[in-house]
Design a protein around this ligand. Structure first.
Ligand code: FEO
Length: 395
């Protein structure tokens, strides 16, 4: 069933309330998700993107129940990743000559994934346009590295809709489609989680691209991403958020992340948390055991933080594998302008703190000298070091 977006533009995607993981197991889905495809029926009939491969047959049947697919004049591929191109191969078997509009990199991506089929590709660049009749045009905007080299957005004149693909999206199931119908708190949380866990490494490019989009002075009435809610009420709010998020975003928050073997390192974590509340009562404190709590949710909290404090006991001259794996993921997200401190218990050799410092520095954090390194169980003297550590972080 298609759902009305505006005038002759309908949503025709797949809302997935059961999805639990995305990008393999690298992104947790807690509030569902969607793959948004759009059908434009002006003088020309245009399909923008498709859905993930497991839903391709349902998608094509759905499309056939709405239109004669032989009447599709153009297919726009904003991005070749399989969650948006997954129905293309089977769709093109039925309408093999339909022109596809996409970037040059998208052809590489599509042919790499689905093979060469002599599809009628039409390469577009920023500023190129396509007349769809009724006085309306589609204008293309390359969105390189938001988040793949092939990504682009498509702007529809007349109805003033920006089909932004992954940018401005969220992994969030909203059956009613629009941001003004969605739970705002969850919507903003999921939009930030998406940014922190997928787009943050490309923040310098996001910042430039947001400036470019704003500089085009296009009237934007709707931002229709390829995942989650469509921004209809005050659509530029998400552009403003991206502008802020892309510039080393932080709030007055400190996040403590640790794992523990025999509770000593956990006790230090909680003592540091209490010390932050005592010395800086306006600072939000979050404490997570990274072996037990969702890694993507923790990264969203790191994204908001001005500093993080990471703890692990020493194990085999190293740190616990849970902490090590988490630090590896942390490094890939390329956070900037954040401080860090370390803590941990040890029984014998005690390299844990040194390892933590090295890995946090490699991840781009400014690691302070103050630390808590506790032999066996933390003593009152160890706990008393929390004040110096916290003072250094908040000064
Ligand atoms: Fe939603 Fe990059 O695919």
């Amino acid at each position: 069933m298609k759902k009305l977006v505006k005038n002759n533009v309908n949503w025709i995607g797949y809302i997935d309330w059961e999805l639990e993981q995305f990008h393999g197991d690298d992104y947790s889905i807690i509030n569902g998700s969607s793959q948004n495809s759009y059908l434009i029926e002006e003088e020309k009939t245009v399909l923008i993107d498709t859905v993930w491969a497991p839903h391709r047959f349902e998608f094509i049947e759905n499309l056939k129940s709405e239109i004669d697919i032989n009447k599709i004049d153009y297919i726009i591929v904003n991005h070749g990743e399989v969650d948006h191109s997954g129905a293309l191969l089977d769709l093109m078997k039925e309408i093999p000559n339909t022109p596809i509009y996409c970037t040059a990199n998208a052809i590489k991506s599509l042919e790499g994934q689905y093979g060469k089929h002599n599809w009628n590709f039409n390469i577009v660049k920023t500023g190129d346009s396509l007349d769809i009749g009724n006085g309306k045009q589609l204008v293309f905007v390359e969105m390189k590295m938001l988040h793949w080299p092939d990504s682009m957005a498509t702007y529809m004149t007349g109805d003033n809709i920006l089909f932004s693909n992954d940018a401005f999206g969220q992994h969030f199931a909203v059956e009613e489609l629009f941001n003004d119908k969605a739970d705002t708190c969850l919507l903003n949380k999921e939009a930030m989680k998406y940014y922190a866990n997928i787009l943050n490494p490309f923040s310098p490019l996001v910042s430039k691209k947001v400036d470019e989009i704003v500089g085009l002075n296009l009237p934007i009435e709707i931002i229709a991403p390829s995942h989650g809610a469509i921004w209809r009420d005050n659509p530029l709010q998400i552009v403003e958020k991206y502008a802020a998020w892309s510039k080393n975003y932080q709030e007055n928050q400190i996040t403590i992340v640790y794992d523990t073997m025999w509770e000593g390192t956990a006790k230090i974590a909680h003592n540091i948390g209490r010390t932050i509340s005592k010395l800086a009562p306006d600072t939000v404190v979050k404490i997570f055991n990274c072996a037990k709590y969702d890694k993507n949710e923790i990264m969203t909290e790191v994204f908001k933080s001005k500093a993080i404090i990471v703890g692990s006991p020493t194990v085999g001259n190293d740190v616990l594998s849970s902490v090590d794996g988490w630090l590896h993921f942390l490094k890939s997200l390329k956070f900037k302008n954040k401080k860090a401190a370390v803590f941990g218990c040890y029984g014998w050799s005690g390299e844990g703190n040194k390892v933590l410092k090295e890995r946090l520095e490699l991840a781009g954090f400014q690691v302070i000298d103050e630390e808590i390194k506790s032999e066996w169980n933390p003593s009152e003297e160890d706990f008393s070091k929390s004040e110096a550590l916290v003072s250094s972080l908040i000064k």
